[in-house]
Design a protein around this ligand. Structure first.
Ligand SMILES: NC(=O)c1ccc[n+]([C@@H]2O[C@H](COP(=O)([O-])OP(=O)(O)OC[C@H]3O[C@@H](n4cnc5c(N)ncnc54)[C@H](OP(=O)(O)O)[C@@H]3O)[C@@H](O)[C@H]2O)c1
Length: 266
């Protein structure tokens, strides 16, 4: 019964070529949603599309989250084809593996551009349409790093913290238009996020870090996010025991600091 809520909804997913975004696309499509698949790599998006349970209910729409000028035309393409955007999932992102003292400001900006300005820019392009719809949902994928800082994640953690400020404000402002906002704070998920993380020289980290390798599967993460969406939750923390750290940080910050400083950065 509750699954019916998703039937025939149009869901636009960024970062759909890989990891959590790909898993969300598969599961939502299996539940009857039409999925719009976005990221930079069109070839990979087509592979994802061809492997969907209902590929006829999908669209590939290449989009670079650093290209703000493409957001309004891309939104128009989705509206022209499907009329509504019921759910926007702001998921595309890049991580970081570099110490703040060694990281040039250009790298901080590059991470902020994708993880923060990309999401809020696309949301602002979609909002005018959502405001005229009966109801809609925005899901933003933050991270546990959106709740506390960590070694070699200064720019990444900053970008994820910024998302919380923006989307919690937006939730309050848009409640009157029946636009709901879900913030997801995953812990470790076994995806390519660490391989693609930026180092201080702008190259990628290239390693599949132990934390990711031992993390939950993208499928499990997607399932938890979809359950939270169905229940109109405000936030969800998919992951293993590491997600308990968010509570520890909030209620016992000094103890948290003693624990977190002993953790390995990768
Ligand atoms: N895995 C984890 O442990 C974990 C934990 C907490 C939060 N998260 C968050 O989960 C989200 C998804 O990451 P993932 O773990 O699934 O990693 P992933 O497998 O590396 O996927 C990242 C996705 O983001 C897209 N992307 C990167 N830069 C982009 C850009 N400039 N424009 C458009 N799309 C871009 C990539 O596609 P293209 O390369 O094709 O553009 C890819 O589809 C991210 O926001 C990440 O911060 C992940």
């Amino acid at each position: 019964m509750i699954m019916k809520k998703l039937e025939d909804k149009t869901v636009w997913i960024t970062g759909a070529s890989s990891g959590i975004g790909q898993a969300l696309a598969r599961q939502l499509n299996a539940l009857g949603c039409t999925v719009v698949l976005s990221s930079r790599n069109e070839t990979l998006l087509e592979v994802v599309q061809n492997n969907l349970p209902n590929p006829d209910k999908s669209m590939v729409l290449p989009l670079d989250l650093t290209k703000q000028e493409e957001f309004v035309p891309a939104t128009k393409k989705v509206i022209d084809r499907f009329k509504d955007i019921d759910i926007l999932i702001n998921n595309g992102g890049i991580s970081q593996r570099s110490f703040a003292s060694e990281t040039p400001i250009d790298i901080d900006r590059a991470i902020m551009e994708v993880n923060y300005f990309g999401h809020i820019g696309l949301t602002k392009a979609v909002l005018p349409f959502m405001q005229t719809q009966k109801e809609s949902h925005i899901v933003t994928i933050s991270s546990l790093s959106g709740k506390f800082g960590f070694f070699q994640r200064s720019a990444y953690a900053a970008s994820k913290h910024a998302l919380q400020g923006f989307f919690e404000s937006l939730r309050l402002e848009e409640e009157k238009n029946n636009i709901k906002v879900l913030l997801a704070y995953p812990g470790f998920v076994n995806t390519n996020i660490s391989q693609n993380a930026l180092r201080s020289d702008g190259t990628t980290h290239g390693n599949h870090d132990e934390n990711q390798a031992n993390g939950i599967s993208p499928g499990e993460c997607a399932e938890k996010i979809i359950n939270a969406l169905l229940k109109d939750k405000l936030e969800v923390f998919p992951g293993g025991r590491e997600v308990k750290a968010a509570k520890l940080k909030r209620f016992a910050p000094n103890t948290f600091h003693k624990v977190i400083k002993k953790q390995k950065p990768t």
